[in-house]
Design a protein around this ligand. Structure first.
Ligand SMILES: Nc1ncnc2c1ncn2[C@@H]1O[C@H](COP(=O)(O)OP(=O)(O)O)[C@@H](O)[C@H]1O
Ligand SMILES: [Mg+2]
Length: 303
């Protein structure tokens, strides 16, 4: 197989994806590596139909790699993950609407460019969790107890970035302080639990835990809805059952046994299967005007 990995600067020393690159190379495959944050990319020469069996990216929020992966998809190359699937989850506002529209259990979600707009949300829905729509790794995630704490506590949207500085807010889902992080590699699911960044005192080292069938069904459904092949889902066990708070393309698969070999084998399988098709191939969705303080997730149905 001929593979091309885009390695973002943030991961240039990380086992994921570097060990996967080494593994695939050791298995005898041709693996080209591009570092879009640190090199000149000869676009016309490097991104050509038929140049590789697959292009692979472990994304980073706002990183340059995703544009190049999209360029690869545009000429019909197979990408891991699919670029549309990555866009669907990299923007938490889009992810919340899509997930809700497909019946996944996600919290009611609001969006605004400035945190103070969330003061219009009914007080009964506080405390809120406010987070950047293009956030990751717990960056700038805040618990806001009351409307008057919105301005001093919550992150303000910065202009720019993949989502234009958009923020989202959701009612806080009461939970034990540990996230259930479920990873999917080649259709196999692995569950771990880890301390929530909103409960820092609750020290739990990430460790593997059994996966309940109802959570497994939700995670599989999330993968199918977004079209993701390598992904992780953050689930909270709330008073009304499991709730999906985050979906990540190509996570680090920490605590997944033999993660490097599994991810490498999954990439080969996806590259062999192909599925690359010229992009874009979909009609642009019609714009929807949302009245003030309407939950984003109300667009998808009345749950
Ligand atoms: N609605 C929510 N209710 C309770 N806790 C939440 C909620 N949303 C997020 N969290 C907590 O904050 C953490 C980080 O939020 P998440 O949406 O996963 O963003 P990130 O992309 O930064 O990981 C989650 O793992 C979870 O512990
Ligand atoms: Mg998360």
């Amino acid at each position: 197989m001929r593979l091309c990995f885009l390695v973002e600067e943030q991961y240039r020393y990380d086992g994921m994806p570097l060990d996967v690159i080494r593994q695939l190379h050791a298995w005898g495959h041709q693996v080209d590596v591009l570092r879009p944050g640190r090199s000149l990319i000869p676009l016309s020469e490097a991104i050509r139909a038929g140049s590789h069996d697959a292009w692979i990216l472990k994304t980073v929020s706002g990183g340059p790699g995703l544009s190049l992966l999209e360029a690869a998809a545009a000429v019909g190359l197979t990408t891991v993950n699919d670029v549309r699937a990555i866009r669907g989850v990299r923007d938490k506002a889009l992810a919340a609407v899509l997930a809700r529209a497909h019946g996944l259990p996600v919290p009611v979600t609001y969006a605004a460019a400035r945190a103070e707009e969330f003061a219009e949300i009914p007080e009964a829905q506080f405390p809120l969790v406010v987070k950047p729509a293009d956030g990751s790794s717990g960056r700038a995630v805040r618990l806001v107890e009351t409307p008057d704490r919105l301005v001093d506590q919550a992150p303000t949207g910065e202009s720019g970035g993949a989502t234009g500085g958009l923020l989202i807010a959701q009612p806080y889902v009461p939970n034990s302080g540990t996230d259930l992080k479920v990873y999917c590699v080649a259709g196999e699911l692995y569950a771990t639990e880890r301390c929530s960044p909103l409960h820092p005192g609750h020290a739990v080292r990430e460790r593997q835990v059994p996966l309940a069938p109802d959570v497994a069904r939700i995670v599989e459904e999330a993968g199918a809805v977004f079209g993701l092949d390598l992904y992780g889902v953050d689930v909270l066990l709330g008073p009304d059952g499991p709730v999906v708070v985050d979906i990540n393309d190509f996570p680090s698969f920490r605590r997944v046994p033999d993660a490097v070999a599994r991810v490498s084998a999954a990439i080969l399988h996806l590259a062999r299967k192909g599925g690359g098709r010229p992009f874009p191939d979909r009609a642009v969705p019609m714009a929807t005007v949302v009245p003030a303080a309407t939950p984003l997730t109300a667009i998808g149905g009345d749950r």
